[in-house]
Design a protein around this ligand. Structure first.
Ligand code: 5RP
Length: 232
């Protein structure tokens, strides 16, 4: 199976957890897009669900497929969110935000009774950190915020360049919420839980891409088929 076929296989398996009448959170990224596509097929066949997308891109995709949509204002608690990840470890700590949607993704996941992560085998790691950690930062005072991030991270054994994300045309990448993303090349993150909570105490940090203690199940597809991981 190619990585893309693995992503689709994981998405297809996650669909088994969706039942009639569910309120769903829809993730962002290429793996989540497979899930939305397959869900759209089930909706066409008559499945009744209502969904909250985690980005403008997912909103557009779901709308085009005729998936009924709502907001967290109208529907503040959801049954299940299905989303991808950039990395995940055996405790189901995740790094997310490669697509820049980490804030909405975390809000939607936390508003859900359950989060299922879907991924191809390449995303499973022993320790988070090979993928640069995205942090969403308010533009005001961003330079000072970065210094606070670096200081906190160094105290938790994480050192490395912290770089403002740019678009392909070289402009600042701006999130759906109007913020910057800084990608942090920390290498191995020894204590994701401490880093997650410390980062979110810095005033200019809106949210960070570490999802700790949120995912209940991971559905992972590899060459040998699909397997499930529960938090260790
Ligand atoms: C977007 C995300 C995505 O879930 C993550 O980047 C994985 O993307 P993909 O499924 O394309 O590999 O967190 O903010």
């Amino acid at each position: 199976m190619t990585p893309d076929e693995q992503k689709r296989a994981a998405a297809a398996k996650a669909l088994d957890y969706v039942t009639e009448g569910m309120k769903l959170g829809l993730g962002t990224g290429s793996t989540a897009a497979h899930f939305v596509d397959l869900l759209g097929g089930r909706v066409k066949q008559g499945l009744g669900v209502i969904c909250v997308p985690t980005s403008k891109a997912t909103h557009k995709q779901a709308e085009a497929l005729g998936i009924p949509l709502t907001t967290l204002d109208e529907t503040p608690s959801l049954d299940l969110t299905v989303d991808g990840a950039d990395e995940l470890d055996g405790a189901l700590n995740l790094t997310k935000g490669g697509g820049g949607a980490l804030l909405r993704e975390k809000i939607v996941a936390m508003a859900s009774d359950r989060m299922i992560v879907i991924a191809d085998e390449s995303k499973v790691v022993e320790n988070l950190g090979a993928f640069d950690l995205p942090i969403e930062v308010v533009p005001f005072g961003a330079g000072a915020t970065v210094i606070m991030i670096e200081k906190l991270a160094a105290g938790l054994g994480c050192k490395g360049p912290v770089t403002r994300r740019k678009t392909a045309s070289g402009e600042d990448f701006i999130t759906d919420g109007g913020h910057y993303i800084y990608d942090c090349a920390f290498g191995v993150i020894p204590d994701p839980v401490a880093l997650d909570s410390g980062l979110n105490k810095i005033p200019g940090v809106v949210e960070n891409g570490l999802f700790t203690g949120i995912a209940a199940l991971a559905v992972i597809a590899g060459d040998d088929g699909v397997r499930e991981i529960k938090p260790a």
